[in-house]
Ligand binder design. Structure first.
Ligand SMILES: Nc1ncnc2c1ncn2[C@@H]1O[C@H](COP(=O)(O)OP(=O)(O)OP(=O)(O)O)[C@@H](O)[C@H]1O
Ligand SMILES: [Mg+2]
Length: 499
C-alpha cells in the first residue's frame, strides 16, 4: 500500500464500492414503495376486469326477468362471476372477494381463505356517489399469514336497488404485498450486473487516473535521483494535474538554478586561477632569475624585487577582495551601526582623492548637499566610495570631472551619486557590472579584477540600500546608491557597537 498509484487505485475502488452499495440500499428502500404502487396499479386493472364481468352476469340475471331476486342471489352471482373464466388467469396469486359496508368479507375466491376478515383502510361507498365508482386502495391481513394489498370497487347503486336486502357493498381484489426480500431477490441480479459494469469501468478509469498522477511524479523522482548523481541537465515534462505540473515546473526551475550556480562556481574558480596565474608566474620568473644568478646586478635585483613586491600585493589584493566578498555574502562580516553625517564621509574621501585628482588632471567636485545623518559602518561605506571613485578616476581622461553628490530623495532615504565625464560603459555591459570578475569591454579595466563593484553592491545591500549604474558611452557614467537615513530600521544590519 506504500505505492501512490496502488493507493489511488484502491481509493477509487473503495469509493465506487461504497457508492454502489449506498445506491443499492436506497434503491431497495425506494423500490419497496414503488413495488407497492405498481401492485396497486395492477390490482386496479384486474379489479376493473372483474367488475365488468360481474356487471355482465348481473345484467344477464336481471334480463332473465326473474323478479324475485334477493340479496343472497346477488352474492351468488358475484361469487360465480369471481370464479368465472376471466378471473382464472389471475387467481393463482390474486384473491377476489365481496365485502359488506363495514369492510367484512362475505365471500371470497382465490388462493387465500379470506372470509370474515375485515379489510383495513376500507371506505364504504357513499350512497350518493353512484356515478363515480372510484377504486379505493386498502390492505388486509390474513391471520397467521401474509399481508395483502387490495383494491375495493364499490357496487353501483343501480345494481344494489335490484337486489333489495343484499349485504354486498363492494368487490375486493387482493394480492400479497411484495416483501423487501422479494424486491432484493428480484433486483439483485440486475444490480450485480450493473455493479460489475461499474467496477469494470472503475478499474479502467481508476488505473488511468492514478496513472495520470503517479507517472509524472515518478518522472520527477527519477529526474531528482539523476540530479543527485550530478546530472543537472535533467528536465521533466509538465504533465498531469495542475499541482503535479506546478511541482514539475518548480523542479525544472530548481535544476536550472542548481545548474546555473554550479556553472558560476566553475567560472569563479576558473577566474581566480586565471587571475592568480599571471602574478604568480612573474613572481616565480623573477625569483628564479635571481636565484640562478641570471639577474645579479644590484639594479636588476632591485627591479625584480619591486616586481615581486607589486605582484604579491596584487595577489594579496585579490585574496582580500574575495575574502571580503564571501564574508559579506555569508553575513560573517558584521557592519557597525554608528550614526554619522555623510558630509563627514564625503570630506574624508575628498581629502583621500585630492592627490589623485592632482596627479590625473581630473577635477574632483564634492557636493555634500544638506546634512544627512545615516546609521552604518563608516569604514565600509568609505570602501564603497573608494571603489566608485577609483573606477571613475581610472576611466576619466585628464581634463574631465568626477563629482560626488548627496541628496534626500524621500523621507528616510539618502541618495549618493558618483558621476564622471569618462568614456562610459556600453549598454550591454551595464546589467553585468556588479557581477564578480566582470570587466566591461571598454578596455581600461585590465588592471582591476572586476571585484570592486561586486563588493560595493554587497556593502550597500548590507546597509539596506541599493545601487545601480547609468552610462552614456563617450559622455560619462553615473553610479547611484541609496542608504536609509538614521532612525529607519534596517533589517539584516548586524548590530556591532560603534567605535
Ligand atoms: N566609472 C566607470 N566608467 C567606465 N567603466 C567603468 C566605470 N566603473 C566601472 N567600470 C567598468 O566596470 C568594470 C567593473 O568594475 P569593478 O570596479 O567591479 O572592477 P575593476 O575596477 O575592473 O577591478 P577592481 O575594482 O576589482 O580592482 C570595470 O572593469 C570597468 O570596465
Ligand atoms: Mg574597481
Amino acid at each position: 500500500m506504500g505505492n501512490l498509484q496502488v493507493r489511488l487505485f484502491v481509493t477509487y475502488l473503495v469509493i465506487i464500492g461504497v457508492t454502489l452499495g449506498l445506491a443499492a440500499l436506497s434503491l431497495f428502500l425506494l423500490l419497496g414503495g414503488y413495488r407497492d404502487s405498481i401492485s396497486y396499479g395492477n390490482l386496479e386493472d384486474v379489479g376493473a376486469l372483474i367488475d365488468r364481468q360481474a356487471n355482465y352476469e348481473i345484467q344477464n340475471a336481471v334480463q332473465k326477468g326473474d323478479a324475485t331476486l334477493t340479496g343472497q342471489d346477488l352474492l351468488l352471482i358475484l361469487v360465480n362471476s369471481l370464479r368465472g373464466p376471466g378471473s382464472s388467469s389471475v387467481l393463482p396469486v390474486t384473491s377476489v372477494a365481496v365485502v359488506d359496508r363495514s369492510g367484512r368479507i362475505l365471500r371470497a375466491a382465490g388462493p387465500e381463505r379470506l372470509e370474515d376478515i375485515v379489510v383495513r383502510d376500507f371506505k364504504a361507498p357513499s350512497a350518493t356517489a353512484d356515478g363515480e365508482r372510484v377504486p379505493q386502495r386498502c390492505r388486509l391481513s390474513v391471520p397467521g399469514g401474509n399481508e395483502l394489498l387490495c383494491v375495493s370497487i364499490p357496487l353501483s347503486g343501480a345494481v344494489l336497488e335490484k337486489f333489495p336486502g343484499s349485504e354486498a357493498a363492494a368487490l375486493i381484489v387482493a394480492r400479497p404485498a411484495a416483501s423487501l426480500g422479494e424486491v432484493v431477490g428480484d433486483l439483485m441480479p440486475r444490480l450485480l450486473f450493473s455493479g460489475l459494469i461499474g467496477v469494470a469501468a472503475a478499474l479502467v478509469l481508476g488505473f488511468l487516473l492514478s496513472q495520470s498522477v503517479a507517472a509524472p511524479l515518478r518522472n520527477i523522482a527519477r529526474a531528482a535521483r539523476n540530479v543527485a548523481r550530478g546530472n543537472y541537465r535533467q528536465r521533466v515534462p509538465a504533465t498531469g494535474p495542475s499541482e503535479v505540473r506546478d511541482l514539475a515546473a518548480n523542479f525544472n526551475r530548481m535544476t536550472e538554478e542548481v545548474q546555473r550556480s554550479q556553472q558560476t562556481l566553475r567560472d569563479f574558480l576558473a577566474n581566480i586561477s586565471h587571475e592568480l596565474k599571471t602574478p604568480l608566474t612573474s613572481i616565480r620568473g623573477f625569483s628564479e632569475a635571481m636565484l640562478d644568478g641570471t639577474i645579479d646586478d644590484p639594479g636588476g635585483i632591485e627591479r625584480s624585487a619591486r616586481v615581486i613586491n607589486d605582484e604579491s600585493n596584487r595577489v594579496l589584493r585579490l585574496v582580500e577582495g574575495l575574502l571580503d566578498l564571501s564574508r559579506i555574502e555569508s553575513g560573517q562580516l558584521p557592519m557597525r551601526q554608528e550614526e554619522f553625517d555623510l558630509q563627514e564621509l564625503m570630506e574624508h574621501v575628498g581629502e583621500v582623492f585630492a592627490l589623485r585628482s592632482e596627479e590625473t588632471g581630473v577635477r574632483l567636485e564634492i557636493r555634500p548637499g544638506s546634512k544627512a545623518i545615516i546609521r552604518g559602518d563608516f569604514d565600509r561605506l568609505e570602501q564603497v566610495l573608494n571603489n566608485l571613485l577609483d573606477n571613475a578616476f581610472r576611466h576619466t581622461p585628464p581634463g574631465g570631472r568626477v563629482r560626488v553628490a548627496t541628496r534626500h530623495v524621500q523621507e528616510g532615504l539618502v541618495q549618493v551619486t558618483v558621476t564622471d565625464t569618462g568614456k562610459g560603459i556600453a549598454a550591454a555591459d551595464v546589467p553585468h557590472l556588479f557581477e564578480r570578475f566582470y570587466r566591461a569591454s571598454n578596455g581600461s579595466g585590465a588592471k582591476g579584477y572586476g571585484l570592486g563593484l561586486a563588493i560595493t553592491r554587497e556593502i550597500v545591500r548590507a546597509h539596506g540600500g541599493d545601487i545601480w549604474a547609468t552610462s552614456e558611452p563617450g559622455r560619462g557614467t553615473a553610479f547611484v546608491f541609496t542608504l536609509p537615513a538614521a532612525g529607519r530600521r534596517v533589517p539584516g544590519l548586524a548590530g556591532v557597537p560603534a567605535r
